[in-house]
Design a protein around this ligand. Structure first.
Ligand code: F3S
Length: 647
């Protein structure tokens, strides 16, 4: 049986398991990336592992999410990250040098390699034939220490592209079409592998717009073959020697197959407030637009901004509309400036932002209340722009530019007969921002620099024989990671200060919880269905652990959060509805019968004694590896032990 591109890369990196969908596999990681809001914890965890140096081929630390140093805590975080990169041997990309995915693809991404990153859009370099996956920070820290990355083998789904894009059709319309068809849940447990004759017509940057936004489908990753287009891009960024051709075998076997005829596509737009609310632009046309933003890791490249500059050259944007260009990398900014395009855009009425995530997560350029913002970004969840009653639409740079000219949403085909499709063009070479990545060999610091806001990572003791404590909080169904640890700007700055951050734990449910938990001698959380849904945020497990939470009893758990509970040594037990209904806040809970040994031995059912009066059953659904991690007190202790044992 022939192999897919995904299977070829996984085969080359497999250290444990079989490539059967649903089976747990362990893979070797070649490259890691991390960014500023997740990176501080990653390095604190790496330090706690007791290792001297990064063990992967390459590690890169970016400062992109919060680059405006409006508080000393942000600046201290950046300085700590620079010192960690210098101390442990990672590249350091300075604040303002650009968004991790853009800078990584320009400098490091390579076909056939594996990449693990503590950011959900890590799959971006799949457009260069790299197998790239986003994960929690602890997995990244462990991979940097040379440990394997474990994941359930996803289904590999073929996306067959036929034909070529029509005039005004763009790569953004291809991924919006995928979202229109499959929805934001359509990629869960899947890797989308692009094949077919339409692939050849797409340049590597266009492919990376698609792989970037594959994350919005919920996919584990997305990938293209490595071919002449890949080679062409690598030559232009000055890394031609890293080209390694990679194609699926003719008889490769895919789990499923989807076909898109590119010639059928037209300009599309995602309406508020979900990336899969996709309609033709013509259906949304006519709505007044207050703000237009071109940028982000999806459409912030030089090649994305160039068509906008060509469309606006010699024209002026509508007086009722504000337009901001936020390049994805400083290299893109510098190239646009050197070629005179920055001046053309400014003359048309455009303002420029530094190369940062910024507005994508509500930091700067927050839209006016109940106004329309048209963005080339990848997400438009309600409130993400920084205001609850936002109306954010997602579209291609070409639709954004046309709408800025019109002052209303418009399909560029309907705007003006003289407006020509600028087409897609790449520069001969990418040159600029040469001074903004610090090579590990030229490290500025070789000691960690921790400001007062940067603390240590708390470690948990190994599981004991009996676990007991009070029910510190009883919650309902669908508690999200946002409920557990909010991600608002005033709290974000404490992500490297766990004691301080923990004060906000579950404050949206009960603002006395953190205080009560700290003063109690261990305790439990009780919840209904789907506890921990939402993001992969590991602080949602780490902070309760810091406050002394020993276990969570819930009717069901969200998958990633449950994995995070294992990683931080918190016992997740599933309970029946009856038991949930009968446990009250304040009840004493005891999990009995030599818990540590039982967890290790594979026991699934545990006795829970409530108020020394009645008993319920808690079910532990965990792999052998997860049981060992839990019994050790969490993944840090587990991996540390393995290193000490020479394993
Ligand atoms: Fe940054 Fe937004 Fe991408 S936060 S990494 S630009 S999705």
């Amino acid at each position: 049986m022939g192999k897919t591109v995904t299977e070829k890369i996984l085969d080359d990196h497999l250290v444990e398991g079989d490539l059967e969908p649903g089976e747990e596999i362990g893979i070797e990681i070649d490259q890691v990336l991390t960014q500023d809001t997740t990176g501080t914890l990653v390095w604190l965890q790496f330090e706690a592992l007791g290792l001297d140096n990064v063990q992967t081929e390459l590690a890169a630390q970016y400062c992109d999410h919060q680059t405006y140093q409006f508080d000393f805590k942000n600046t201290d975080d950046h300085r700590f990250l620079r010192s960690a990169a210098g101390t442990f041997g990672a590249y350091f990309s300075r604040p303002g040098n650009g968004i991790c995915h853009n800078v990584h693809r320009e400098n490091f991404a390579a076909p056939g390699k594996t990449l693990l990153g503590s950011d959900s859009h890590t799959p971006t370099p799949g457009g260069l034939g790299q197998l790239a996956i986003g994960s929690g920070g602890l997995d990244v820290a462990v991979a940097m220490g040379g440990g394997a990355y474990y994941i359930e083998m996803p289904e590999v789904v073929e996306v067959r592209l036929e034909g070529e894009l029509p005039e005004w059709g763009t790569a953004k319309d291809i991924i919006l079409e995928m979202l229109r068809r499959l929805s934001v849940k359509g990629g869960v447990g899947k890797i989308f592998e692009y094949t077919g004759p339409g692939v050849e017509s797409l340049s590597a940057p266009e492919r990376m717009t698609i792989t970037n936004m594959g994350t919005e489908l919920g996919a584990t990753s997305s990938i293209f073959p490595a071919d002449e287009q890949t080679k062409d891009y690598l030559n232009r960024v000055g890394r031609g020697e890293e080209y390694d051709p990679l194609q699926p075998d003719d008889d490769a076997d895919y789990h499923d197959s989807i076909t898109i005829d590119l010639s059928d596509l037209e300009p599309l737009i995602a309406e508020p407030s979900m990336p899969d609310n996709v309609v033709p632009v013509r259906e949304a046309a006519g709505a007044d637009v207050d703000q237009v933003m071109v940028g982000s890791c999806t459409n912030g490249a030089y090649e994305d901004i160039l068509p906008v500059a060509k469309m606006l050259e010699g024209r002026s944007i509508n007086l009722s509309t504000e337009m901001i260009v936020a390049p994805g990398s400083k290299k893109a900014s510098e190239m646009l400036a050197r070629e005179g395009w920055t001046a053309e855009l400014m003359a048309a009425g455009v303002n420029f932002s530094e190369a940062t995530c910024g507005a994508c997560i509500g930091i700067g350029h927050v839209p006016g209340s109940d106004s329309i913002s048209l963005r080339t970004f990848n997400r438009n969840f309600e409130g993400r722009s920084g205001i609850e009653d936002d109306n954010v639409y997602l579209c291609s740079p070409e639709v954004a530019a046309a709408s800025a000219l019109a002052g209303e949403i418009v399909d560029p085909r309907d705007l003006d007969e003289d407006l020509e499709d600028p087409g897609f063009e790449m520069p001969d070479s990418f040159e600029g921002a040469e001074h903004d990545i610090i090579d590990p060999d030229e490290a500025v610091d070789d000691d960690l620099i921790k400001g007062p806001n940067i603390g240590d990572v708390p470690l948990k003791d190994p599981l004991g024989a009996d676990i007991e404590g009070s029910t510190l909080l009883r919650m309902g169904d669908n508690i999200t990671t946002d409920h557990i640890i909010p991600a608002t700007q005033d709290i974000l700055m404490y992500r490297s200060n766990i004691p301080k951050l923990s004060e906000f734990t579950l404050s949206r449910v009960d603002d006395t919880f953190a205080d009560r938990a700290l003063n109690a001698d261990g305790g439990f959380l009780v919840a209904g269905e789907n506890y921990g849904q939402g993001s992969s945020r590991e602080h949602a497990a780490l902070c309760p652990m810091f406050l002394g939470i020993e276990g969570v009893l819930a009717q069901s758990f969200a998958r990633i959060h449950k994995a995070n509970l294992f990683n931080f040594g918190v016992l997740p037990l599933e309970i029946e509805e009856d038991a949930y209904e009968n446990i009250d806040q304040g009840d004493d809970i005891e999990v009995v019968d030599n818990v540590a040994d039982a967890v290790r031995s594979g026991k699934e059912e545990f006795t829970i004694r409530v108020n020394d009066d009645w008993e319920a059953t808690g079910v532990l659904d965990a792999s052998e590896r997860e049981r060992d991690i839990l019994a050790a007190g969490g993944k840090l202790s587990y991996v540390k032990q393995q290193h000490e044992d020479g394993g």
